[in-house]
Design a protein. Structure first.
Length: 437
């Protein structure tokens, strides 16, 4: 009997719990029906794409972030009207980070974009590479009981559409055959128009259609600055139209040349120059020829980052003479030998019948000693009679190359004035220059 009563009590409790649960669900449905409805747009582009700003010295305003929908806690909640569904945003380009070591900045560019420096490099190459030619030479080498052919390669630049090619003299020296290959891979035999070993400049001529020749533009080498960015295009080891970049390391360099002379006023560069680059153009950022690559300084013959180029001002002065005479007709002053000292140039020997002797310039003299019996002693050299050259046309000179460099800018028949010291007195002597022919 007690078990039946306990069972009835449990059944009643279960019924009461079920009734309360049904009542709660009904109240929640009614409250939900009376509450305002909100249209929530699906976030198709979530998380939002944000452009990362470039890190520069100037402050960059970050992109505007999406406004937060969270309301302040001290204000009553008021339902807002449903916002329109946002339109899909256009596809954004992938962002790539490229470190620019020169400016120490992190530049962010698109996948198809290029840095300004890269654009300059490409523009220079596209403008100038068709003006660079490959020069191949063959020369005969005679040895004991054998005869062989020696081949060489170098670079050159197209100067005009008549087929004039600029290169180094040492590239074609002693060559029996010279072949010039253009950018379109068509080769033409070349003839030597003129050469000047003292400045290492040579001019070639090919018979090619004008439409195949792309002349290079001339630049100004007299306004160059140390640190200026420059380029070289050439054929190192026969690899045609290879480009390298660097900067001007120094100006007015002097290196040894042939016949005890020096190559002066050269441009020193830090770019990679190798065998085959000789004769190729040195270019500025506008794609203009400011020099011709001529030599490197190295202990093993490979590039060590120290190269030298002949300035375009020197090239233009020399090629005008080569095109007319086939060689450089230099003015002569008629002084055969000088002795360099701290005061200037002491005249040792003057050429007999030359301009210096005609102007009264004096060198060392021989003093004969009296005969003693049958023995005749050797004459002695008297340097006290020699004139000491201190300046030419007002420009001080202490080296023979300085005197020759000034004469390079003169023509036969010009008159120069020498400031000399004779027997302790300052004298000015005008001299009319002769011709080397």
């Amino acid at each position: 009997m007690s078990h039946r009563r306990l069972l009835n009590v449990r059944i009643v409790r279960i019924c009461v719990w079920c009734c309360l649960s049904a009542l709660t669900v009904t109240c929640e449905r009614e409250a939900s029906a009376q509450a305002p409805k909100f249209d929530v747009a699906p976030q198709k582009n979530f998380p939002p794409k944000v452009d990362v700003p470039t890190l520069t010295n100037n402050p960059v305003t970050p992109p505007t972030q999406q406004a937060s929908t969270k309301q302040p806690s001290n204000q009553a909640f008021s339902p807002q009207p449903a916002s329109p569904t946002p339109q899909p945003q256009p596809q954004q380009r992938a962002v790539t980070a490229v470190l620019v070591t020169d400016s120490r900045q992190l530049a962010l560019v698109g996948a198809d974009d290029l840095l300004p420096e890269e654009r300059t490099n490409i523009a220079v190459y596209q403008r100038c590479n068709r003006s660079v030619v490959n020069i191949s030479t063959s020369s005969r080498v005679d040895t004991f009981l054998t005869v062989s052919l020696k081949k060489g390669t170098g670079s050159g630049s197209v100067l005009d559409q008549s087929g004039i090619i600029l290169t180094n003299q040492h590239v074609i020296e002693g060559a029996k055959e010279i072949t010039v290959t253009l950018s379109n891979s068509i080769s033409y035999p070349a003839v030597l128009v003129g050469q000047d070993p003292d400045t290492d400049i040579a001019i070639l001529k090919i018979d090619a259609p004008p439409e195949q020749l792309e002349p290079i533009a001339w630049g100004d080498s007299q306004s160059l600055q140390v640190g200026q960015r420059i380029y070289a295009i050439g054929n190192p080891f026969g690899l045609e139209r290879t480009m390298s970049a660097g900067m001007i390391s120094s100006l007015n360099r002097t290196i040894p040349a042939r016949e005890r002379r020096e190559m002066r006023s050269l441009i020193q560069v830090d770019m990679s120059l190798n065998q085959g680059n000789s004769g190729g153009p040195l270019l500025n950022t506008r794609g203009e020829l400011i020099g011709m690559n001529a030599a490197i300084m190295s202990s093993d013959g490979d590039s060590a980052g120290v190269g030298f180029a002949i300035p375009s001002a020197t090239i233009q002065r020399i090629i005008r003479k080569l095109l007319v005479h086939g060689k450089v007709v230099r003015p002569t002053i008629g002084i055969t030998r000088v002795y360099e000292n701290e005061q200037g140039l002491l005249v040792v020997i003057v050429a007999r019948g030359g301009p210096a002797e005609s102007a009264g310039l004096k060198g060392f003299s021989l003093v004969a000693k009296p005969r003693i019996g049958l023995h005749r002693p050797e004459p002695t050299i008297d340097a006290s009679t020699a004139d000491l050259i201190q300046a030419i046309d007002g420009q001080p000179v202490k080296k023979a190359d300085e005197l020759l460099e000034i004469l390079e800018n003169k023509n036969p028949g010009d008159t120069v004035v020498l400031d000399i010291v004779r027997s302790g007195k300052a004298v000015r002597v005008p001299i009319k220059l002769g011709s080397s022919e």
